[in-house]
Design a protein around this ligand. Structure first.
Ligand code: GLV
Ligand code: MN
Ligand code: MN
Length: 440
């Protein structure tokens, strides 16, 4: 059954799991996760460790102007590499697998080739991209966005973080402002292994997700300004209360998503909405707030529906602010349309996984990923493995070791298959992100 798989090669599961533990030990937090917010000292220590591993493997390591790090192994011919990678920055309450798995599995793929003396036709590369999470410096996927030319590096270097730090200054401080230019050279193909971060694979008892694309993302920051006053003496009808408006908006974000899903064409379940950050000033028990700052995260696999959600939110904010007599300023922190991956890569992932004896499901990604940026410049796809209880962005994030290893083996064989594939010509894409068939 595996006769056609290249060299019958398998990755070394123990080595992969050990590296995951070693990286997770940098910036450890209660509950078993990691905190390595982008461009902090912890991120630097994580970077240093992974770069050491890349150099130990003899890779040609380059660092670009936004701090993306790429390790390259030569092929029989020169030219663009078949590339994999992900990120090693985390949210403040990160798990051990989000991003890290994709980078360390990529390293493991290359070590497996190296130890088995396998030469590929094309170079093979593994990278980690700066600030994928966007939790400190919005937008998310910042490094890969700059890598593909979606944002000028000068603009990215000027971005201010939630703590007032500036991207360029932090890159200098941690020693990761490199000299390779942005945008960077396009790979010939890109494939990223990642934990699903959602409940679908586990619920259906499927081991491998062949990811068809990534849903659209809309992040907005609202700053609401009103009239701070005494909580005991100010009559309700005379208030201009940013705290009230923020709370009403937060409730509306949830309601609009629930309503859209109930009303959707197929009674769909696609719209999600989250208020993940909400701060009041001065944040005291007996003071009507002077201002509120909050974020809204809206996502949908359908661009038209995502725009409807944005319009609904904007209407509600305007009406509620006018009724309360507060002012609102809005800032877009991230806005990315849904992305559809290349059929040739998606089909290769599914085919390889089946031939390795795994169950496979075609599915869209709910989370954002560097692969959605790389899809702008080369044939791209992703491999998902299950997340226990669908939990992620939480130190309790867990994937069974057997599934981590299965995903890395699928990554290895997918990269070898892509190495032998002619990928010239137009990118082939499915009609949409909705194909969710399982293939057991
Ligand atoms: C980023 O990884 C996101 O999906 O929020
Ligand atoms: Mn991730
Ligand atoms: Mn994440």
């Amino acid at each position: 059954m595996n006769a056609e798989l290249h060299h019958g090669l398998r990755i070394d599961g123990d080595r992969l799991l050990r590296r995951i533990e070693d990286l997770a030990a940098i910036g450890p937090i209660d509950g078993g996760g990691s905190c390595r917010l982008a461009l902090t000292d912890e991120d630097r220590a994580g970077r240093d460790l992974v770069v050491t591993w890349m150099r130990d493997l003899g890779l040609d390591v380059t660092i670009d102007a936004i701090g993306n790090v790429i390790g390259m192994r030569a092929g029989r011919t020169d030219g663009p590499p078949t590339m994999t990678g992900s990120h090693i920055d985390t949210v403040r309450t990160g798990g051990r697998y989000d991003g890290n798995l994709g980078v360390l599995a990529g390293l493991e793929v290359i070590e497996t080739l190296e130890r088995n003396g396998v030469q590929t036709e094309h170079p093979v590369a593994v990278g980690f991209f700066t600030d994928e999470e966007g939790a400190r410096f919005p937008p998310d996927m910042l490094g890969s966005l700059v890598y593909v030319g979606g944002m000028a590096v000068e603009e990215a270097l000027d971005i201010e973080g939630i703590d007032g730090a500036i991207v360029g200054a932090e890159l200098d401080r941690i020693g990761y402002r490199g000299t390779s230019p942005c945008p960077g050279p396009s790979p010939r193909a890109f494939v990223e292994l990642h934990v699903e971060q959602g409940p679908v694979l586990e619920a259906e008892g499927v081991t491998i997700g062949a990811v068809t694309g990534v849903q659209g993302i809309s992040w907005t920051e609202l700053t609401i300004t009103g009239q701070s006053n005494h909580a005991g003496t100010t009559p309700m009808e005379l208030r201009h209360d940013p705290g009230y408006v923020a709370a009403a908006v937060a409730a509306h974000v949830r309601d609009l998503a629930v309503r859209m899903n109930a009303d959707g064409p197929e009674g769909g379940d696609r719209q999600v909405g989250t208020v993940g950050r909400l701060e009041l000033e001065p944040n005291l028990v007996n003071v009507v707030a002077a201002s509120a700052s909050m974020t809204v995260d809206l996502r949908n696999t359908d661009e038209v529906l995502l725009q409807e959600a944005e319009a609904d939110l904007a209407r509600f904010v305007a009406q509620t602010a006018a009724a309360e007599g507060v002012t609102v300023t809005e800032r877009t922190l991230a806005r990315f349309e849904p992305v559809t991956f290349d059929d040739r890569v998606v089909d290769t992932v599914a085919d390889v996984a089946r031939r390795l004896g795994h169950t496979v499901k075609h599915m869209p990604s709910g989370a954002g990923h560097d692969a959605q940026m790389l899809a702008r410049v080369c044939p791209t796809g992703m491999v998902f493995v299950p997340s226990r209880d669908g939990v992620s962005h939480n130190p309790a994030e867990h994937t069974d070791p057997a599934d981590l290893v299965a995903g890395a083996d699928v990554l290895l064989q997918t990269m070898l298959s892509l190495d032998g594939l002619s990928l010239d010509g137009a990118t082939l894409q499915r009609a949409g992100l909705d194909s969710e068939e399982s293939d057991r």
